[in-house]
Structure formats: structure tokens, C-alpha cells
Design a protein. Sequence first.
Lengths: 315, 339
Amino acid sequence: MLVYSAKRLVRSLLTLIVIITVVFSLLRLMPVEGYFSNFEKMSEAQIQNGLRQMGLLDPLPVQLLGFFRQLVRGDLGVSNIYRMNVPITQIVAEKAPVSMLMGGMALCLSLVLGLPLGAAMARGKGRWLDKCGTAFVVLVQAVPSAVYYLIIQLYGTQLPGLPLPMLFRAENPLSWILPTFSLAIGNIAYYAMWLRRFMVDEMNKDYVTLARAKGVSSKRIIRSHIFRNAFVPLVQYLPTSFLITLMGSIYVESLYSVPGMGGLLVDVIQRQDNTVVQALVLIYASISIVGLLIGDLLMAVVDPRISLNKKEGAR
Amino acid sequence: MGLFHKKSAQLGDSLNAASARTLDALTPAEESELFTFAEYRPEDAEKTGFSGYSYWRSTLRVFTRNKMAMLLLGVIVALLLFTFIQPYLPGQRDPVYINNDENGIQLINLRPNGEYWFGTNSIGQDLWSRVWSGTRTSLFIGFSVALWEVLVGILIGVLWGYVRRLDFLFTELYNIVDNIPQTIVLILFSYILRPGVGTLIFAMCLTGWLTMARFVRNQIVIIRDRDYNLASRCLGTPTRRIIVRNLLPYLVSVIMMRVAMAVPLAIGNEVFVTYIGLGLPVSTPSLGNLINQGRMIMMNPSLQYQLVFPTVVLCVITVSFYIIGNAFADAADPKNHVF
């Protein structure tokens, strides 16, 4: 277990270094407008001077080394266009709490709604609830998320009797509902689908037949036998659902103008603020790496049957 | 008793000698006489017992029994055909031409009518031809990405699974690269490169094949050392033949499934990238930028048709692909071939 954790940690660090190197090198290819807020009015000499001051004329390895040194100090550089000369860490610190709160709420919501839905579908297998649930899962899986987020925003704001606002205001709790639900819906379907599948698999096993023959009530069988065993393999889908939420937040936050990191990313991409794009891409990549790492470690804790050092089966 | 013992020992020796000769001293010519590939002859096959089982016929039979999938297959084939013949039909307009009335005023935001079947958009372009042209672009992106994913995914997956020396290297590389979310790669590359169909395809092709390769690799590792493959190898079947005839047929259902998923996924990615402002320019209609343009005016109920038409076409395409893919994957699984 310890060996596995250490290995897994080293691998994550390696990934991080690879990503930082690639992102940094690739973004040097961008046109230099993205470093100046008033590019049009500047003379050639001023541009060269500015670039030299930012160290952008040094050879790439030197820049890269400097960037790594900067990162270790916890410095992501300053924004050049989005907010002149404000440190990016400060911008992110303002934006991150909303995103984290909303993402966390969405993950909880998807567990709270998705697991009962999956369990109910498995219990009434082949009946109307199962059929409706399957249709829901197929729709959510097949239709691109970008489209159903739009549909939710369009029709969610028109519900009779419930005036849900179109745009997000942190102090208005009603305005949290639609974005959080949008973020959760993909995972609701995801959890429901896998829990249903695992529970149906468990139902056909011998110990269930035995329990039934012993006269255990079917409610008890479902709750304390089938559900428990079906829940364990579900843990392996936690990292993926975390990623779904993370990537969904980029779109959802900008759709509802939530002042979070996702909205910020879309904003700075459209304004071509190179340093902020670079920092945000790195932040998103690191969050996903940490998420996957935690997921893998959790998996190792939850299910002792899984042999981690087996040769076959990547991951 | 002693005599018998001696006799049998002698017999054993001579037998050993004989077998030693057969193993060591065979000339290549003799060896090739002993082992030859059996040719398939229908009459010989019938002698040992006849089975009318054909993999593809059974697959087709199971698939055609699925009414829903057949219906959607009809829909998608009709849609595909229509997308491609639409520009050649009489009376079609150019998707980027701005229509004016006789006084030279732009026909903007016309509701759907007899003249403009899907209406016109906010600068007076014909939405009907834009939707079909956009569908063409999106399907082109989708199919290109899916094709690349299958080709590269299978090739790398087979190498990774079958060649033991590569396994460690590839697995470690995979474990590092797989931690990078695809959306991030997509955003990064569309940000750096100039927006366009090629850029989008390139950015999606960069990472899409990874999942496919791992899938193929895991399957191959599982069935690589099954007895029939060992037997094949002992009989000297060339590796290529083992891979193509013994291993890949096992993967048909998985591969079809991935192809069917790759198309909607690519279209969805295109919509996403367009939304964050890195997609195709408006002069190249695609489902992504049509939906994005529709989004901007969606709060005006009388203009919602501009969002509805591309969205409906997109949903029909993605849902059909999803369901057909699942149905075909089920049908291609020999476990479901009941006689």
C-alpha cells in the first residue's frame, strides 16, 4: 500500500512537470499581443523592451527554469490584460471559493440524487421507472453537455411559479439552483447508470438467492447486501465524476456569469491574456491530477481485493 | 522378472533414440511435410460436423431484431444522405450569402416560412442551408476524429498488448499522459493554433486515441495467451495472422462502440470549444457555432427557432449514434448469438 502510494505520487508529480513544461513551451508560440494591454499604440522598440523586461527574449530553457523557480515560490506571474499588473494568485484567490463551493455542492447533489435513482432502477428492473431512468441516462450521455446546459438555462428560467434567475448572484440562494443542478446532472446519470448495472449484477449471485431462501425481506436484501456490494466498485468512478464537474464548471460558470474560475478562463481566453490562460490551464490540470490521485488512493483503501501491483491492466 | 526389466529398458532406449532422431535430425523439408496449414474446404468441414454459424450473419440478425436501433439507423442514414445531396437540390441558397429583399434591405430574423424553411438569422443568412452545411462540417469533424481514433488506437493498442518489451514503456507513458484531462488539451491547442476545422480535428485527435489504445491493449493481454493462440503460435502462424485472425475479431464489439461514441463526443467538443470562443469562425457554419449564435438570442421567444433547429439536428445525430452503437456492440458480442 505504501509502495503503491509512493509510486502513484511520483507518477503524478511527473505528469505535473510534463504538463508545466508543455504548457509553458507551447504558450511561447503565441503572438506577443497577449502580453500588452495597449499593443496597438506601442512602438517596436517599446515592445522589444517590454518583452526583455518580462524575460521573454531569453532562450526557452532559461525561461522554463525561471518559471519553475517562480512556481516553487507560489508565484504565477501577473495579469497583463484582464487586470493590469495584478498578481494572478490574487485573482484566483478571489474566484476560487465560489467555484469550489458550487462544485462541491454539485458533487453532493449528484450523489444524493444519483444513488437513489440507480437503486430504484435496479429494484424495479424492467418496469416504468427503470425505463424512464434509462431514457434519462441515454439522453444525458448522448447529448453533448453544452447543449443540455443551454436547455436547462432556457427552460429552467421559465418554470411557472418559481422565478429562477437567469444570472448568478452570490447573495440570492435561488440563483444557485440552476447552475448547481446543471453541474450535477451529468453525474446523476453517471452514478445511476453504474449503480444500476452493479446492483443488477449482484442480484443474480448465489448469496442473494440464499438470503431470499432464508426468508430475509427483499428490502433488507437490497439495502444491506446488494447495495453495499454494488457500492464498492462505484468508488472507481469518483475521479471521473470529479473531472466531469470540473470541466463542466468552465461552461456552466460562464453561462450563468458565476464569478468563478471557469468563467474567468473563458473570459481570459477571449481577451487573449496569455499569462492568465497559462496559469489557469496549469491550475485546472493540477486539480485534475490531484483528483485522480485521491481517487486511486481511495480505491486502494476501499477495496482490499484489488491487487495494485499486478502486471496487467493499465491503472 | 529381471529379464523383463532388462528388455523393457532396452526398448525404452531404442524408443528414446528414435524420438531423439525425429526431434533433432529433421531437415526443414521434412518438417514442412509434417506441418502444413490446413486449407478450408467446405466438404471436409461437413464431414466432421456442420455448423451454419457465421459471425457476421448472426451479428446482423441480432442487430436487425432491435427495432429501435433499426429505426434510428434508418433516420441517420437518411440524414447523412440528405446532408450530402442537399446542396445539389434545386432552389438551395448559399449558407453564407446574406439575403436582401427587392429594396436591398437585409432579411434579418425572418421566422420560418415557405420561402426560408428554417427562417433567417440575425444578419439575413438562410438558416436551412446553414443547418445542413453545419451538419456536414460537424459530421466531417466527428468521422475524421473517429477514424483516426480507431486506426491509431488499434495500432498502438496491438503493439502495446502484444509486444512484451514495449509494455512497460507504454504503460508508464500512458499513466503519465492519461492524467491530463482531454478538455485541457483541447482548450490549449485551440488557443494556440488558428481556429479552423483542421485545428479542431488535430486537437481532438491528439488524445482521443488513448482510451481506445488502452481498451485494445487490455483485451489483447487477456486473450493473447489463451490456449488457441498458443497452439497457433506453436504451429508457426505468423504474428500478423494471429493478430488479424485470432485477436481482432474479439474486439469488434468494443471498437464499434468506441466509434459510435467518438462521433457524438467530437461534435460535443466542437460545441464546447466554439462556446468558449476558440471554435470555427462564423463564415464556416457548424452545429457548434449555429447553436452558439442561437444561444445569444435565445431569451427572445420569437427568435428561439434559431436555436431549436440546429439543436434538434444535433440531438438526433448524437442520440442515434449512441443507441445504434450500443445495439451493434451488443449484437457483435458472440454471447448474444443464440440459435
